[in-house]
Design a protein around this ligand. Structure first.
Ligand SMILES: [Zn+2]
Length: 350
């Protein structure tokens, strides 16, 4: 009897000292406390299909000539974004109406003229030095050999207009006294289509120190439904969310399960996925620096990288719903009490 008691005690102590992995995960889930449930939906609901549509038709217009890196059309698209942020009184982190970060031609392998990342931000009220980055690439493929324009409505017009609407929602919240605790950077990246060079340049020349960069939510194609999901448009592929921060993954799930109930599909997050999407858009440059990322994606379709990727094929109500989820996820990361942690620094995983 006595022996048994001691053994039980050892077992008990052992269990407490090294909780099972499933217990650690449950502890992480339990530690995530959603902030401002009413407020987040109030401002998420200012993101509308009709505004996304108006902005997307402008962003994909022939005037921007397919937004090929370094070319006049791409520069017009960058200027369009700058003008938008100025019109909304949303500042640049560089100040003085300097919304562009110039990526020099030699960084682009001397194959293209210099180009621009476009940056706008909402300054945090309590921890302004900590930043959540929401990103999308502004460049696309230009004009085809037979003179047709690559509109790039899904790739990645959808991501750019999502950022514009999210920025407007954060700005309205701030004007009404509910600015985010941490800063939120809206980062429109150039030169993604030629090797993710705009994001590569940004992480080499960051506007905020990378160790103060809490997370990167990167959007590349969220306005369409792919062939695999044609019977269920209420979905989105998420890639990378659990790779560096389990907290980010479960935070993202909790926001979705609480407010949106989109089917978050992780099939492309498998380590052995042959498409390797985890390394195929701008978030990867942030992940390589140890910054937790989520890549939001609707999958490819017959119009992917074709001149037929046009705005009339965008599902705007779906783009609205997906944008709202990403907004609410950014809101949570920017506003929660404790800074999001990577697994390496997460005491709950030890
Ligand atoms: Zn893209």
């Amino acid at each position: 009897m006595k022996t048994l008691c001691i053994l039980s005690l050892i077992t008990l102590v052992g269990t407490c000292a090294t909780p099972k992995y499933s217990t650690k995960i449950q502890n992480i889930k339990d530690s995530i406390i959603l902030t401002d449930s009413v407020l987040v939906m109030k401002y998420a609901n200012t993101i509308t299909a009709s505004e996304l549509k108006t902005n997307l038709y402008q962003f994909c217009s022939d005037e921007f000539e397919g937004r090929k890196v370094g070319e006049p059309g791409q520069k017009k698209a960058a200027l369009y974004l700058k003008n938008y942020y100025q019109s909304q009184n949303i500042a640049s982190p560089f100040g003085d109406n300097k919304y562009f970060q110039t990526v020099p031609s030699n960084f682009l392998g001397d194959k293209f003229d210099s180009s621009e990342n476009v940056l706008a931000f909402i300054k945090g009220t309590e921890n302004p030095d900590e930043v959540v980055i929401v990103s999308a690439h502004l460049d696309h493929l230009g004009v085809s050999e037979n003179g047709q324009i690559y509109a790039g409505a899904d790739d990645d017009g959808s991501g750019n207009v999502a950022l514009m609407e999210m920025a407007q929602a954060f700005k309205l919240a701030k004007n009404q006294g509910y600015g985010p605790k941490r800063s939120v950077l809206f980062l429109h990246l150039t030169a993604e289509e030629v090797g993710q060079l705009g994001s590569n340049y940004y992480v080499s020349h960051p506007a905020f120190p990378l160790n103060q960069t809490v997370a990167n939510l990167n959007i590349d194609m969220i306005g369409r439904v792919d062939e695999q999901q044609k019977d269920n448009e209420n979905y989105m592929y998420l890639i990378g969310s659990d790779r560096l921060s389990k907290e980010l993954h479960y935070l993202s799930e909790k926001v979705n399960n609480t407010f949106f109930n989109i089917d978050l599909d992780y099939r492309y997050n498998a380590e052995n996925d042959p498409n390797h999407y985890y390394s195929r858009s701008d978030h990867y440059n942030f992940a390589l620096k140890g910054i937790p990322v989520i890549f939001y994606f609707n999958g490819t379709h017959a119009d992917y990288h074709q001149t037929t990727d046009t705005p009339d094929k965008i599902n705007f109500p779906l783009l609205e719903k997906r944008s709202k989820l990403i907004f609410a996820t950014a809101w949570q990361i920017a506003n929660q009490q404790r800074r999001l942690v990577t697994d390496r620094h997460n005491e709950l995983l030890k």
